[in-house]
Write a protein that binds this ligand. Structure first.
Ligand code: 8YV
Length: 312
């Protein structure tokens, strides 16, 4: 069987890069001295694109790949993939759903507890010698509080499962009501923000959710409310978030994603009511291995049968 011609958009782990190169004829786009010139000359040679939620596959890139038949992406998010263009051209697209649900939901629960109890701030307090001068200020409890889930997909449902262990009351907002869910659906995003103590973003990124959380929702969540974002930075008006956190009209935030990663607004770095993480939602050895395995399984399925294991 002739080895599949694969264009790899960005470097993942050494292990993954090697396994891909062992199986297929892989070209690393990031290693080309002039990627545009390379694609202009060789773009027609590639049948499959290997990429990730972070590196994506833009419409501009696809325009330079006239013979691509499949895009296999590492990660569940598809907002950086030109899904509409792929569909119009009959290009199959796979991502890595489900294998990271628990990992991301664990982190969301950790951010809820950390932001409410000030654990990261308390750690800094001890390390900075603050305890020698006095007690750490009282924080906020989690058990029994009101949890608003924005995006009741598989990750959102995994967060709800964890929240039940803390006797939290749960309501959710979604593009549409989830059939069969026993949870209270709130069609009005503002009303959910008004009701919630914690507003947790687990929705997809992209055009449909761009700035879904604006200054109005942040004001409704209020000075005792906490925003948790394990979705995409684009879901929140980040300028409004910085203002609300800086002027105290929002109680706190736990953020794993940002508008322009890896850049984080400097105003947030000094705030003790904010927990800042470097997009590590799926960032465990176990989960990233499962994600890699799923990308490779998709590519093998395509190589053998011209189809994908986890098509969008
Ligand atoms: C990515 C993510 O896997 O899965 C996603 O959509 O945001 C992350 O878990 C990671 O950023 C690598 O692209």
């Amino acid at each position: 069987m002739q080895r599949l011609n694969v264009l790899q958009v960005g470097a993942l782990t050494e292990r993954f890069n090697q396994r891909l190169a062992d199986e297929y004829s892989v070209t690393a786009l990031w290693q080309q001295t002039d990627p545009q010139a390379f694609l202009a000359q060789h773009g027609g040679e590639f049948e499959v694109v290997a990429t990730s939620a972070r590196f994506g596959c833009s419409a501009e890139l696809l325009a330079q790949l006239p013979n691509v038949k499949a895009i296999c992406s590492f990660g569940v998010g598809t907002d950086a993939l030109a899904v509409d263009v792929a569909r119009d051209r009959g290009i199959a697209v796979s991502n890595t759903p489900d294998v990271l649900n628990d990992c991301v939901a664990d982190l969301a629960m950790g951010l809820i507890i950390d932001t409410a109890r000030g654990m990261s701030a308390a750690d800094r307090f001890v390390r900075d010698g603050g305890w020698l001068m006095g007690n750490f200020p009282l924080a906020r409890s989690v058990t029994g509080k009101r949890l608003g889930i924005v995006g009741l997909g598989r990750i959102g449902q995994a967060v709800v499962k964890r929240a039940s262990g803390f006797d939290m009351q749960v309501r959710y907002h979604n593009r549409r009501q989830v059939a069969g869910s026993p949870l209270t659906y709130e069609a009005d995003m503002l009303a959910l923000a008004e009701w919630a103590d914690f507003l947790v973003l687990t929705c997809p990124g992209g055009v449909a959710t761009h700035h879904l959380i604006s200054a109005a929702e942040l004001a409704a969540l209020g000075r005792n409310g906490i925003l948790i974002n394990v979705a995409r930075g684009s879901v929140v008006d980040q300028q409004a978030l910085v203002s609300a956190l800086s002027n105290g009209t929002l109680g706190g935030a736990g953020l794993d994603v940002f508008a322009e990663e890896p850049l984080v607004p400097s105003e947030l770095l000094a705030l003790d009511n904010v927990v800042l993480l470097p997009h590590v939602g799926s960032g465990t050895a176990e989960t990233r291995l499962r994600m890699e395995e799923l990308v490779l399984a998709n590519m093998l399925e395509y190589a053998r049968y011209g189809r994908l294991v986890t098509p969008l």
